[in-house]
Design a protein around this ligand. Structure first.
Ligand code: SF4
Ligand code: SF4
Length: 370
């Protein structure tokens, strides 16, 4: 009874209305599940009911035309039901193994006009999952790099590990285009994180007309923004001043005040983090650590970034034990050897702040000075 207990009709309709019948019937009463081949899962209920799921990658940003196409596939194969996972995979459910194989073949045949695959099937088990990402240059106001572009370039170099399951364990790759981290990069095996390295530029002449100064001051987590006045061409402007040495380039002030932009062609780029996970299987969950403090933005294919990621993934694939997540492998061999094996230089940017011996540890944030 999914509608029971609802006290208003505000907001999205209850998800229970959209569950396929087999999920509704077996809700909370599943016996087990297994991956029967890359991209195809079998779930078996205590009732004996079975459902086969075919998982396919999608782009994170999609056109209405593409969503209509997905709906048509759902109508044709799955009684109109389709779901998106939290990693933006598509999941189609069918009743038999034969139907699942037919659907997998159908999805793998769907191509864009340029010839690349539209809905490649995979993303299960000991492989690379669909890469979650944020909004990037297309939409958000504080990105230090692009999201769709970096992810497309990365997915192209790790694609074989998306369609197959030959890695030691699952590898979650995530992308967030600023350190607000909409993209869960703090807990991913490999993470791409956009970073700014320069403080905001102050547009004094416009600031008082565009911004609420108290809000801009209150938005700064480090107290770097304070009210001020400046004189330009004999005219006095109410504005703000920045204590640049306090700034950690987070962009919060820009969120409140469009006269404090901090995008910068030279300052902006990417940090690469590894070793995080949310699973508590075998070892406890872990935060990602920064292993490459800065890679410049190199659109449209980000060759330096993809080379680093491919090297890390290939080295892990060749050297880790079965079931060992990337961070667990690095912990076992020692992070010093991880850097050697992955050809990564070590720098002071990879060590956390020198405030207290208790903090002489691996860096888990990108909030540092350059
Ligand atoms: Fe915007 Fe930052 Fe989120 Fe990217 S990670 S979408 S820049 S808030
Ligand atoms: Fe403060 Fe962040 Fe703005 Fe820097 S970017 S001034 S730390 S709010």
């Amino acid at each position: 009874k999914p509608m029971e207990g609802r006290i208003s009709d505000i907001g999205p309709r209850h998800f229970g209305e959209y569950l396929p019948p087999v999920i509704k019937d077996n809700f909370g009463k599943w016996d087990y599940h297994e991956i029967i081949e890359p991209g195809v899962l079998l779930h078996v209920g205590l009732s004996g009911d079975k459902t086969y799921t075919v998982r396919a990658a999608t782009a994170r940003l999609m056109t209405v035309t593409m969503i209509r196409e997905i709906c048509d596939i759902a109508d044709k194969f799955c009684g109109g039901f389709v779901r998106f996972t939290t990693r933006n995979n598509l999941e189609f459910q069918v009743e038999t193994e034969e139907a699942a194989k037919e659907l997998k073949a159908f999805l793998n045949e769907q191509k864009f006009a340029a010839g690349s695959m539209k809905f490649p099937v995979g993303g299960t088990g000991a492989g690379v999952t669909n890469i979650v990402h944020t909004q990037g240059w297309v939409h958000c106001h504080t990105p230090a790099t692009d999201a769709s572009g970096t992810v497309k370039a990365t997915m192209d170099v790790v694609f074989d590990d998306f369609t197959d399951m030959k890695l030691p364990a699952p590898v979650r790759i995530s992308m967030a285009c600023c350190l607000n981290m909409c993209g869960a990069v703090h807990c991913s095996d490999i993470a791409i994180l956009g970073i700014h390295r320069k403080p905001p530029i102050i547009d004094h002449e416009y600031l008082d007309n565009l911004c609420e100064i108290p809000l801009a001051v209150a938005a700064c987590p480090t107290g770097a923004v304070r009210p001020s006045k400046v004189e330009i061409d004999g005219k006095t402007y109410k504005t703000v001043a920045l204590k640049e040495e306090r700034c950690m380039f987070c962009g919060n002030c820009y969120t409140m005040c469009p006269s404090l932009p901090l995008s910068d062609g030279e300052g902006d780029g990417i940090a690469i983090m590894v070793g995080g996970k949310i699973s508590n299987r075998i070892t406890k969950p872990a935060f990602s650590k920064v292993v490459v403090p800065f890679v410049p933005n190199e659109p449209p294919r980000w060759p330096t970034m993809t080379k680093v990621i491919k090297k890390i993934l290939d080295t892990y694939a060749a050297e880790a034990n079965k079931y060992e997540r990337l961070g667990d492998w690095a912990n076992r061999i020692g992070w010093e050897r991880f850097f050697e094996k992955c050809d990564l230089p070590f720098s002071e940017h990879l060590i956390d702040d020198f405030r207290d011996p208790a903090y002489y540890t691996w860096r888990q944030t990108t909030q540092f000075k350059w």
